[in-house]
Design a protein around this ligand. Structure first.
Ligand code: ACM
Ligand code: ZN
Length: 755
């Protein structure tokens, strides 16, 4: 592709130079003839700021190559020169020019940020082994001849990290910043505060971290309903951590050296449960007195009280220290998902609403945020919040981060406010790769078409968000972020015209070798089986789609064990003739493995059954689980259909429907099971859809070949608190997707109660 660009640019076919994969793709690349060889004669020429920028890469390369690569003040062959060039001002603060020819290498930019990005592009032109200077490989250190001119499309290329739900120490934050730098991302949105814990030392309010940074352990499985922040003298096991102000200064400087601004997020007025545990005087009085057990459906106070002056004094004290630590112009104040029930029962809040003539809780929130904005503006800072800050009226100078789709961003831009786009559809990297693939991340377009050219200028850029409720380890964070961050980074940097997803994916697959060298964990796609389960009378065949990742293989076992790199290599359809499990995983050349997919296979002959009647049996039990419970010892009641409605709105319970399903004709049936929280569907004792575990609403489907006949049926569901619901649909031969017809249900008659 790039070689072709060179032909088009020059009109002359050139040597077959294949550039290493560059991500994000530079704006202008012209490939030249020959290579620049790094050897014992190579020198660097750089002074002042330029030397500071290039020194880390020079050291890395010197160590990896074994050449000393000293600095020189003379120009000439073999010199890599790095310099600030004010005449390149047209490239902007982050733009740069990079030229490699057989005689020399030149990195030039009008500003330090651009020079840093020139160094990152040079790094990507070097073999991936430069990333591992400690295990030196015999490597030919050559750079392909190329002329690059490059600058970003957006000024806000963000990556967010929630360190509240799970805490990650500063070494891991630095790794995150390193990865951002490699991909030319320039805003680290540090979500330091949420219900899961307060993570920032505030000297004026030590209990924020003495109390608010430590919660009672809850088995690593996140549960909003179980949050408790014990007093320091309570010695029960606890989970947490925080960053000292010294840590923060170190991180901010580390980021700055990588052209990254750290934007702190201090949530208000909601999502602040640890604050209310530490300083109950800043929440509503009723809630402060009943912090942990309140019979209103809200278990803990999470909101500040806008009715109390004490609240503002407190928050201003916090923000004073935040502004001293973070030079960022933008201070993010959250503002999302405020449960305003709390304010409705507070005398102080009600009085404030009367005094300020505020008709709704939304107006109260708006009043609160406008007051905070005045404080920040007076100190020369700009307030940013999630799109809920539009409700009740946007503060005059606020910037909006649009997450519930793009509508909030559109509304804000149309009223003249700068916005950052982070819609859940493309930017929520806590969502599975099934819902946001690397391709989908690449397809993110931050500027909605409905904006005029003038309004579009208010879109500062976009950002990927990483909420960590379900990420308790750093490896899990990396796996959720890579490789799809490559797609996001490219969209936020390169011109809007760069929309060829296939070309991008080919480059990102090649880029994995660099991620391997960096020992970054990344998602490897799970093998895709032809069926999620097999039910057969004699035998059946199972196939897997070929893996998309270059060099990857699918390996499988038939004995229930985990596949290893030595397990049989899938090459043709697997025939199964017995009840068993096929377990398979994708392996990539670095040895990294995907998650394992398990396909249950069962020999089962659907028999004719007599004495059944229409309907199913339903068992209902109240209780708390994190997996679908087995309820078979409970007493069933007869029901006509699967209908959870009578139970919804209750808090912690399980449901189990059992009986038979009558399959009308032979063919492939696809069942889709959606629920919040978990659910599982079994046919003939075989798990067809596994949507188990604690989670928000999500649907999964399973396809199975069935002969016409009657099969044992079971659907289990549980609800652990919060939103709820379960639904099952089916599609099959001649049947388009819809609820399972009630006529398909059969059950044993319940025996009459004994007298
Ligand atoms: C958010 O995801 N609550 C901003
Ligand atoms: Zn109040």
């Amino acid at each position: 592709m790039l070689a072709l660009t060179a032909i088009l640019a020059t009109g002359v076919p050139l040597a077959q130079t294949v550039l290493p994969p560059l991500i994000p793709k530079p704006v202008k690349v012209v490939v030249g003839l020959g290579t620049f060889t790094i050897d014992e004669g190579t020198r660097f020429a750089a002074t002042g700021e330029a030397r500071k920028v290039i020194e880390p890469l020079r050291q890395m390369l010197a160590k990896a190559s074994g050449y000393s690569l000293p600095y020189t003040t003379t120009s000439g062959p073999g010199v890599i020169s790095v310099s600030l060039q004010p005449n390149l001002a047209y490239l902007g603060r982050e733009g740069y020019a990079l030229e490699v020819s057989p005689a020399h290498v030149r990195l030039e930019a009008p500003a330090v940020g651009g020079l840093f990005y020139a160094s990152q592009t040079l790094r990507q032109l070097l073999p991936p082994s430069v990333e591992r200077p400690d295990d030196r490989q015999p490597e030919s250190w050559r750079l392909p001849s190329v002329a690059i001119e490059d600058s970003p499309r957006f000024e806000w290329r963000g990556l967010h990290l929630d360190v509240s739900r799970h805490f990650f120490p500063k070494e891991e934050i630095k790794q995150y910043l390193d990865s951002m730098a490699l991909l030319k991302l320039n805003v680290f949105h540090w979500h330091l505060v949420d219900d899961g814990g307060w993570r920032l030392q505030i000297k004026r309010y030590p209990r924020l971290t003495d109390v608010g940074a430590w919660r009672k352990t809850m088995d690593e499985v996140w549960s909003q309903g179980k949050l408790e922040f014990p007093e320091p003298e309570d010695k029960s096991p606890r989970y947490g951590g925080f960053y000292t102000q010294e840590d923060v200064r170190e991180i901010v400087a580390y980021a700055k050296a990588r052209n990254i601004t750290v934007v702190p997020e201090i949530e208000m007025p909601g999502h602040s449960m640890p604050v209310m545990a530490a300083y109950p005087e800043v929440t509503c009085t009723y809630f402060a007195q009943n912090v942990w057990k309140i019979a209103t459906g809200m278990h803990h106070a999470t909101n500040y009280c806008p009715g109390k002056e004490r609240t503002f004094e407190f928050l201003e004290g916090v923000l004073d220290e935040v502004m001293e630590l973070f030079p960022s112009k933008v201070i993010h104040i959250g503002g999302d998902e405020v449960n305003k029930l709390q304010w409705n029962r507070c005398d102080d809040c009600q009085k404030r609403m009367r005094d300020e003539r505020l008709a709704t809780p939304e107006a109260l929130q708006s009043w609160f945020l406008q007051r905070m904005e005045k404080y920040l503006n007076a100190k020369g800072r700009t307030m940013m919040g999630w799109d809920e800050i539009l409700e009740g009226g946007l503060a005059p100078n606020a910037q909006v981060m649009s997450w519930r789709g793009v509508d909030g961003g559109i509304a804000a831009a149309k009223s003249g406010h700068p916005v950052v786009m982070t819609p859940t559809s493309h930017c929520y990297f806590d969502y599975s790769y099934q819902s946001i693939s690397t391709r989908k991340a690449f397809e993110f377009e931050p500027v909605p078409e409905v904006l005029t050219a003038e309004e579009a200028k208010l879109v500062r850029g976009g950002q990927a968000n990483v909420w960590t409720e379900w990420m308790s380890t750093w490896e899990k964070v990396e796996t959720m972020v890579f490789p799809r961050l490559l797609g996001m980074a490219e969209r936020l940097w390169s011109p809007a015209s760069n929309r060829d997803a296939d070309a991008f994916l080919a480059r990102s697959d090649r880029f994995l070798e660099r991620l391997d060298a960096l020992r970054l964990a990344y998602d490897v796609p799970t093998p895709t089986p032809s069926h999620s389960a097999l039910i057969f009378a004699k035998q059946a065949k199972l196939t897997f789609a070929p893996p998309a990742t270059p060099g990857a293989t699918v390996r499988y076992t038939l004995d229930g064990s985990d596949p290893t790199p030595d397990s049989p290599n899938y090459s043709e359809a697997i025939t199964v003739a017995d009840t068993t499990q096929v377990r398979a995983a994708t392996f990539v050349p670095s040895g990294r493995r995907s998650e394992i997919v398990s396909v249950a296979c069962a020999r089962y002959v659907p028999r004719a059954r007599t004495g059944l009647e229409p309907g199913l049996h339903l068992r209902y039990v109240e209780g708390e689980w994190d997996r679908v419970p087995d309820l078979h010892i409970e007493t069933p009641r007869p029901v006509a259909d699967i209908d959870p409605k009578p139970f919804l709105g209750r808090d912690k319970f399980g449901l189990e429907w059992t009986g038979y399903i009558s399959i009308p004709s032979s063919g492939t049936y696809t069942f889709q099971l959606g629920s919040d929280d978990g659910s599982v569907l079994w046919l003939a004792g075989v798990k067809i859809v596994d949507n188990d575990g604690l989670h928000g609403y999500g649907a999964k489907s399973g396809a199975v070949d069935l002969e016409a006949g009657v099969y044992p049926f079971k659907l289990g569901y549980f609800e652990a608190g919060g939103a709820d619901g379960v639904d099952l649909t089916v599609s099959g031969p001649g049947i388009s997707a819809g609820p399972v017809p009630a006529a398909w249900w059969l059950r044993e008659p319940l025996s009459p109660p004994r007298s």
